[in-house]
Structure formats: structure tokens, C-alpha cells
Design a protein around this ligand. Sequence first.
Ligand code: PLP
Length: 427
Amino acid sequence: MVDVRTCLRDLKFSPTLLVNEEVAALRKRGKAIYHMGFGESPFPVHPIIQQAISGYSGKNQYMPAAGLEELRKKARASIVKKHDIGPGEFDALIGPGSKELIFDIQLAVGGDLLFPAPSWVSYIPQTYITGDAVIRMELGPDVMYKLDGERLQKAIDEARYDGRTPTKLILNYPNNPTGMTYRPRELEEIAEVCRRNRILIISDEIYAQVSFRRPHRSIAFYYPEGTIVTTGLSKHLSLGGFRLGVALVPSDLGHVIKVLRSIASETFSAVSTPIQFGVLAAFEENEEIERYIEDCTEIHDIVTRYVWKTLQELDVAYGEPQGGFYFYPDFERYRPRLEALFGVRTSEDLARALLHERSVAALPGTAFGDRDEKLRLRLSTVDFDGLSALIRHRDGKFAGEEAFVEAACPRVAGACSNLRAFFKEQP
Ligand SMILES: Cc1ncc(COP(=O)(O)O)c(C=O)c1O
């Protein structure tokens, strides 16, 4: 009998990838599905990057484990500026996606993880591998699912009183699953608590460049000595499949940098060489690429506000979308109806009923570390053809934003009308 490590027995296949596979199978069988379950940005690779990649297809040598020197330099300069990181000194490390880098940081820094629930799907499963304990801080729609200094200090105090050792916090904004972001004053308060308590912040800022109407500021601006910023190209440049992420680690944390480099050297070795050369352009100042990012972000803004209106109609909206492409509504107010009509008691029941009754795929709150009985779903807003949306958006020939979504993103519009039907109409 093969011995599977105890801590790994709870590790399942990533729910986001799983729902995607399920939807693909249903679609293959001819079923029309509205896919609000997966968070992949739908736009095409920018031609400048496509050309660059093909130009480097002959590059076959291994790269240094921390990444191509030129890329590290360019990535650091670009991220410091775009994320408004301030004057701190940081080393940039390149990895195969920020998911892997977040895992490596969790592995490198021992101690208990301060976890705002809900949070992105992979943070907790990664602790099953590192074996670290988790200190949950439950957040609800009443506070727009946002952490504050007082709540954080309370969690640290209680954990220490119980003999535990909180050492690290994962903060993510603009947030997946909630779509919320933090204001400078709120970041300053969290940073202050972390500095006082010597807590390392892993600041997952992968959606920084998909911020709507308010510029992004990194929490590293307020706490440069204790913040590792992770980010990448998967969201604002739709390059998830390229698998390239960046971590900016404070230069003073030399021991952490050393461990991260060693982990890289003994596991993935280095990110693929043509990819590292090919994405140099993504970190240079380039007007065309900037315009593409702005256009894609504006489309996300329009589409999320369309979905937000549906959530307002259903009385489950909690805050205007601020970035990224997600919502995390709580359907508690519909519990009697859902239980009577579909036997729904948990978020997983709810996701299943919505898929079977109205062909809308969504992820249950349990995937985000929420308790089973909370009737919360994560809805993503990216089930549309990005190229056609970009073309229509550039044409500008649509009578208002709603008309744009209905013409360019018909599956998102369809998902919204099916959500309304599921929660309001007789089945
Ligand atoms: C909040 C969050 N962090 C990190 C990632 C990982 O991104 P990547 O590994 O593609 O850089 C994702 C991707 O879905 C995400 O939503």
C-alpha cells in the first residue's frame, strides 16, 4: 500500500480547474453552459508579444533559477512603478506563475498563516503541502469582505494566547473572489499592525493592472521591509498559459531570497527560456501594449458593472466592483426558497442546483475557505470572446454599455438572465 502523507490527504484537484473541465465536458455533449466558474482573462495575446516569442524559439539553454537578469531588472522597475511600491529595495524572482511563487514563499517562511476568509482557492491547499496551520479571519459582505487592522490584531492576539505562532498574512487585492480592493488608509492600518507584530505580508497583486477607476497602490509602499509582492502577466495581459510570475522580495530578506532561489533550483529549475525573452516587451514602456491593457480593463469594468446590476436586482450586491473579474454574493436571503425548491443547504448544493436548473456554472464558497453552510458563490465575468469584444469596443459603435455587453458578451448577459430566473421565478 502506498503511503500518502497525512497532510496531503485533504488535497484535491484545484476546484477552478475542475469546474472548467466539467464545463468543457458538458459543452462537448452539446449542452449550452454559461460559465461563471473560471477566471481566465479572455483576450488574445498582444501581437508584439506573439512576435517576440516566435523570434526566440531557438533559445534552448537553461536560464538562471531566479530568472533572466534583464527580465528581473525590467520586471522590478515596471512593477515598482505600476504597483506604486515606493522607495524600498527589492529583488525580483521569476517563477512559473505567481501560484508557484506564493507556494514557495509559504514553504520558505514557517509558522501559522493568517488567512482572510474568503480568499483565493489555492492558498489553503498549499498549506496542506507545507503542513502549516491556518488562522482564519472570517469576513462577510457587511464589511465588503475586507480585512482591517483591528480584526487582524484581534486574530493575532487570540492566536498567541492559544500558544500559536502567526508569522505571515496573505493579502490579495483587487480580490479574487470578491472584486474589492483596499484604499491607502486601509493598507496603512494593516501594514502598521503587521510591522508591530513582525508579520510578513505576502501581497498577491496579480490583478493590480485590472483596477477600475482608482490607481493601485501596493501595501509594500507602507511596509517595504516586510512585504513580498507577487504578480505576473496572467490577468492584465491574458497570458495565464505562459506561466510566468514575479515575486518582489525586500532585499533585506536575504535569507528568504536564498531559500527561494534554492527551491527554484531544486524543483522547476527556471521558467522556459523563449517565454522569459518573449515577455521582456511586457515590462517595457510601450504605448500600444499600455493601450491594450487599458482597453481590456475597461471592458472588464463594463462587464462586471453589468453583472453587478443583476446582483443589485437580486439584492445581494455588497460594493461596486473595483477590479478583477469576480463577485462573491451571499444568497442567504434566498435560503427558504432554495431549500424548498431544490433542497439546497450548502454552497456546494447551490452551485450544483444552479448548474442543473439554469446551466450556470459557478464555484461554491467552500472553494474559497468559507464554511459549508454559507450560501455564497463566486461568479466570474469572463465567459466571452475577448477579440470580438475588443474590436467592438474600439469601434465604439454601441448604444450604451448594456448594449455593448449584450452584443459582445452574450453568454454573460445570458448568465445574468438565468441567475434572475433561478432566484426569482418558478422553476
Ligand atoms: C488571486 C490569484 N492569485 C494568483 C493567481 C495565480 O496566477 P498565475 O499563477 O497565473 O500567476 C490567480 C489566478 O487565478 C489568482 O486569481
